[in-house]
Design a binder for this molecule. Structure first.
Ligand SMILES: Nc1ncnc2c1ncn2[C@@H]1O[C@H](COP(=O)(O)OP(=O)(O)OP(=O)(O)O)[C@@H](O)[C@H]1O
Ligand SMILES: [Mg+2]
Length: 502
């Protein structure tokens, strides 16, 4: 498989990329590395390799590439791999006649090269060393990113600066040091868990545990022992004694997530813990005192849960002593661009990429997007955009189509014919559209330069821009290169979804 859909979850096995136009070599290496427990993605040529490098959710720690392939050189694969992450190590595989080129690859940052024919064992041993180096580089990057995250931030900034979030930050500042129970509500992804953590970290409990339990995650019997612990042998399978969440968190904070999902009988027991500050383990007759601050969260309409009888009213009163309602991201004017910039800086540092911000068009498009998944959606979108970005700023083309408005339903990028067949014109059209957008980004919107980069005439590029609805409509165009960028910016503004809605 050459191209990987962006939705593939990050695999826990080490995933490497093998690039060679000879199917035999791809197969032999795939077998050898899979035997070592690795996950292997193969690509039959330069183009597919570059697509795989861009699409894989995480940078590959290791790429093995042939040097001479029908559609280009392994040096291009090397360059693209290093561009995505400088922690990616590249081993070049080459025939005797191209050793000169292999040395050139080393000068350009390849880890090493092997000459064909080689034994798989020779290569797997070399790969192991390259992977060690890559993991040290990655670890360094992670540490650096972690340190930058530990930099002190002003309280209001963590939660955004919109009036709604400034208010939330103010309440957090006031109630954090107390042991009041807080009910945190808001749509999914608005930051409820993050707020709970902030309450804990700004209290004198900060050095004690902060534990989160998802109240709907376990069947009732298991949930009871998870929360309150059990004595040895109290039920089938209860081999050893466990303390339970409340006693483990003694002195600290417990967040009961999706509290409305807690089974009715456990709601009664929880109420007792809140009132008496004592827990009784399953199978035990003794109650033990605990000192825990309880926070609860839900993305449901709590009042409706009470009306429907899913959340006991007495428990609701006990939890709802202080209510923090987190507004959806779309109702926090100004927070979207600020959070976007902040996520971009963070992911750039984590992924080791030189991306510094977003173009005004990209920011406008984000600001106009409704973000049903709230901050989590924005965070994931920025991680993907930073991974895909080929320049120092995230542009419209790095955002999902439904945000950028560039194409409603892009055809898939294919390099192998799927079993069910494909719509060839759509697939080719999508490849063309993407390459044109990238060329325009790279030339700062100067269409003449973009045409040259794409190896087509200026006329032909104009025709294609019109075909994809990317035309500026400007007549004279960029005969004067200096004005080229302006012309395209005009076009982008036309394309931005916010303007389309106006
Ligand atoms: N103000 C913020 N600044 C930076 N990151 C944030 C902010 N708010 C939320 N996030 C990030 O967004 C993601 C979702 O936040 P969180 O898990 O707290 O949401 P939630 O409201 O608990 O969602 P759910 O209801 O789905 O459990 C997390 O990765 C969190 O770090
Ligand atoms: Mg949550």
């Amino acid at each position: 498989m050459a191209s990987i859909p962006p939705s593939v979850p990050p695999s826990t096995a080490t995933r490497i990329l093998v690039v060679d136009d000879e199917p035999g070599i791809r197969q032999t290496l795939a077998i050898a590395f899979r035997r070592q427990g690795m996950d292997v993605v193969t690509a039959p040529g330069v183009r597919d390799a570059i697509e795989a490098l861009r699409q894989n959710p995480q940078p590959f720690p290791l790429v093995l590439t042939d040097l001479v392939m029908p559609d280009g050189s392994g040096i291009e694969v090397l360059t693209a791999a290093k561009e995505r992450s400088n922690a990616t190590e590249v081993i070049v595989m080459t025939a005797h006649s191209t050793v000169e080129a292999a040395l050139d690859a080393m000068r350009r940052g390849a880890y090493d090269f092997v000459t064909k024919p080689f034994s798989p064992a020779e290569l797997t041993a070399l790969a192991q060393k390259a992977l060690e180096k890559s993991s040290i580089l990655l670890e360094n990057q992670r540490l650096r990113a972690h340190l930058s995250r530990l930099e002190p931030e002003s309280g209001s900034d963590i939660f955004g600066t919109s009036p709604a979030m400034a208010k939330v930050a103010e309440v957090i500042g006031k109630i954090a040091p107390t042991r009041t129970t807080v009910l945190i509500t808001g749509e999914s992804g608005t930051g409820k868990e993050r707020v709970a953590r902030a309450l804990h970290e700004r209290s004198d409990r900060a050095k004690k545990p902060f534990l989160v339990v998802n109240c709907g995650a376990l069947p009732e019997a298991l949930m009871e022992s998870e929360l309150f612990g059990h004595e040895k042998g109290s039920f089938t399978g209860a081999a050893a004694r466990t303390l339970g969440l409340f006693r483990e968190a003694d002195g600290g904070t417990v967040l009961l997530d999706e509290v409305g999902e807690l089974p009715a009988t456990l709601q009664v027991k929880l109420l007792r813990v809140l009132q008496e500050r004592k827990v009784r383990a399953v199978g035990s007759s003794a109650e033990v005192a605990v000192d825990v601050r309880v926070l609860a969260a839900t993305n449901r309409d709590v009042e409706a849960l009470v009306r429907e009888g899913k959340l006991r009213q007495d428990l609701y009163y006990r939890l709802n002593v202080i209510r923090l309602e987190l507004p959806p991201l779309r109702e926090r004017p100004g927070d979207i661009p600020r959070l976007a910039e902040r996520f971009v800086r963070r992911f750039a540092s984590e992924l080791g990429k030189d991306v510094r911000g977003l173009t005004p068009d990209a920011l406008r498009a984000l600001d106009a997007h409704p973000f049903p998944g709230n901050v989590r959606e924005l965070e994931n979108m920025m991680e993907r955009a930073v991974a895909l970005a080929s320049g120092p700023a995230i542009g419209l083309g790095d955002l999902p189509a439904q945000v950028s408005g560039l194409s409603a339903s892009p055809a898939p990028l294919l390099s192998e014919l799927p079993n069910e067949g494909c719509a060839l014109d759509d697939v080719l059209g999508e490849v063309e559209r993407r390459l044109i957008l990238q060329a325009l980004e790279r030339t700062g919107g100067v269409r003449k330069a973009a045409a040259k980069l794409l190896g087509v005439t200026f006329r032909s590029l104009r025709y294609r821009l019109a075909k994809h609805g990317l035309d500026t409509g400007a007549g004279a165009d960029d005969d004067d290169e200096g004005e080229g960028g302006v012309a395209v910016q005009g076009a982008r503004r036309e394309l931005s979804p916010r303007d389309a809605r106006r």
